[in-house]
Design a protein around this ligand. Structure first.
Ligand code: IPE
Ligand code: IPE
Ligand code: MG
Length: 260
């Protein structure tokens, strides 16, 4: 638990479903790909804003395991955009202390994409100011299944499989559980993002389309987070009697990553 109540005001780990690129472009009578390109620019700015706010972990949904259903032209456009975005922004992100990590099934993506993503991870491995996890070909259900498989492959027996053991095998086991889960674009659903890890995340849904999301929007989401009382199944500050912390009683969810 943090020692001061202000520690609860800034989430340690923010997860974002960056949704609404297509509609942003359509509103401007432009092809969806233009929205995805604007989405990359928004991401770069939000990464800087997150680092400036001492957020330690930012995990963004870039491409879901279900996004392969999209027209081939859009999928190949997104793959090309990823390569362009990495070559354009990697140097600056690295200089800013950002460590890039990838969560997702990279076995079934093209070697070019896989190499570029693994290269970005290797290139920024020394950094620690902000861990930016890019969820790519990621699905929360995939993550649970791959974690079970990894535990079984390690020889974990059924009676040894606990929440802590499974957590250690999940894709972002290096990060504490998300405190704040933001979805832009107006839809009120998780769309298979971080299902296991977000058990006690505070959810913030905004109509803001992802390319319009910026530092001010991030601050609005953090302000909403700071107003929440996190109880984690307990009774919370109002039920604790006198002397209990007011407001956000416990700043962070119990996280298995802290046990290691
Ligand atoms: C999110 O924006 C980006 C990806 C899924 C890659 P969308 O492309 O889903 O945009 P909308 O939801 O159609 O507006
Ligand atoms: C979620 O958005 C995936 C990403 C943002 C990468 P989608 O646009 O794919 O989600 P649905 O289809 O509206 O649920
Ligand atoms: Mg969408």
């Amino acid at each position: 638990m943090a020692s001061s109540s202000t520690a609860a005001l800034v989430p340690r780990h923010v997860a974002i479903v960056m949704d609404g690129n297509g509609r942003w472009a359509r509103k401007r009578l432009m092809p969806r790909g233009v929205g995805h390109k604007a989405g990359v620019d928004a991401l770069v700015k939000v990464v800087q804003a997150a680092a400036a706010r001492d957020i330690g972990y930012l995990t963004v949904f870039a491409f879901s395991s279900e996004n392969w259903k999209r027209p081939e032209e859009e999928v190949s456009g997104l793959m090309s955009l990823l390569l362009v975005a990495l070559s354009k922004h990697l140097v600056k992100l690295k200089a800013d202390g950002v460590r890039i990590r990838i969560a997702g099934d990279l076995e079934s993506v093209s070697p070019r994409i896989r190499d570029a993503l693994r290269g970005a991870e290797a290139d920024t491995v020394e950094n620690s100011r902000l861990v930016l996890t890019v969820a790519f070909n990621y699905g929360g259900r995939w993550d649970v299944v791959q974690a079970c498989r990894a535990a079984m492959a390690e020889g974990v027996r059924p009676e040894e499989l606990t929440e802590a053991v499974l957590s250690r095998h999940m894709a972002i086991s290096y990060a504490p559980d998300p405190d704040l889960f933001i979805r832009t674009g107006g839809e009120v659903r998780l769309s298979n993002f971080l299902l296991w890890q977000s058990a006690y995340a505070e959810l913030v849904f905004t109509d803001c389309l992802w390319p319009d999301f910026d530092a001010d929007e991030l601050d609005k989401a953090i302000a909403a987070f700071a107003r929440r009382e996190r109880r984690f199944g307990d009774v919370g500050a109002s039920g604790q009697g006198e002397g209990a912390l007011g407001g956000a009683a416990e700043p962070h969810p119990p996280s298995f990553s802290e046990e290691r």
